[in-house]
Design a protein around this ligand. Structure first.
Ligand code: ZN
Ligand code: ZN
Length: 277
């Protein structure tokens, strides 16, 4: 079986992607059709939590206030009633707001929750509008904080899948400041929390299409995850149908090299493992 769980039904540009145009049965069908062509049986959607008004009870960042336009319960009913897709959500880990986010998630019957870190404090790792890089923090500190938070996100128990686990590298060393240490030093910071939590860790092909042009996570990080025994969740982070399952051959090669033969599959937040293929 192949999965694609970290999937968005629309691009991130909120002004151009209203729910009435994108959260529709016809759009979901377009995704299902491409997934079938590419041999992806297990397909789920995971819209960004901050596109829903309920997210403002959790955090009031300017991007969230600008983006929170849709109703979360309408999204859930739409996916359940008008599509055959699994119901997921991409929820941010916001330290200090765990209780509020946990409450928002627990009140709905998701199949899985994808946990992400896009912001460290009020500044973004992967978005130039709120760029953390060049804002005065040394890259070593940003990386260290990011991986500490990743451990906390795993340990929080709020998430089923840890998304794009080393997204801190998004811009790559040519475009932004980069720490001097071996990246494994930072991976180690996160590994204890990840290992103890048993959380599924995402292998995402989206990183190949970002400035860094690498899989998320780097193979050395993935190897630590596999050695720790955490299951792997395979996704593309598609924002358009033609991005589904993008570059899976690269991801499957890496998994094969590491001896991974099964992928995590979710239903109503229960996890099982299915053979790859
Ligand atoms: Zn994300
Ligand atoms: Zn995403």
């Amino acid at each position: 079986m192949l999965t694609d769980y970290h999937v968005h039904l629309r691009p991130d540009d909120v002004d151009e992607t209203p729910a009435e145009r994108y959260l529709t049965a016809a759009n979901a069908d377009r995704y299902r059709t491409v997934a079938s062509e590419r041999g992806i049986e297990e397909l789920g959607v995971a819209e960004h939590v901050y596109r829903f008004t309920q997210a403002l009870d959790v955090w009031q960042h300017e991007l969230w206030r600008h983006s929170a336009r849709d109703d979360l319960d309408e999204y859930c009913s739409f996916v359940r009633e008008q599509t055959d897709l699994k119901l997921g959500i991409e929820a941010d880990f916001i330290p200090g707001r765990e209780d509020r986010m946990a409450e928002l998630l627990a009140e709905r019957d998701f199949d899985y929750v994808v946990g992400s870190i896009h912001f460290v404090g009020d500044l973004a790792l992967d978005y130039d509008l709120y760029d953390i890089w060049g804002a005065g923090q040394p890259p070593d500190r940003v990386w260290r904080t990011y991986f500490e938070w990743l451990a906390e996100a795993a340990a929080s128990g709020m998430f089923d899948i840890l998304a794009h686990p080393d997204i801190v590298k998004y811009w790559g060393p040519a475009q932004r400041p980069w720490p001097d240490r071996d990246p494994r030093y930072y991976y180690e910071i996160a590994m204890e929390g990840i290992a103890e939590s048993g959380i599924a860790v995402e292998l995402s092909t989206a990183g190949l299409h970002k400035p860094v042009a690498e899989l998320y996570p780097a193979p050395a990080f993935l190897e630590m995850v596999v050695d720790a025994g955490n299951p792997i969740a395979l996704s593309s982070d598609a924002h358009r149908p033609d991005e589904l399952g993008r570059d899976y051959e690269r991801a499957l090669e890496v998994l094969d090299d590491l001896g991974v033969t099964e992928l995590a599959v979710f239903e109503r937040r229960e996890r099982r493992l299915e053979p790859i293929g």
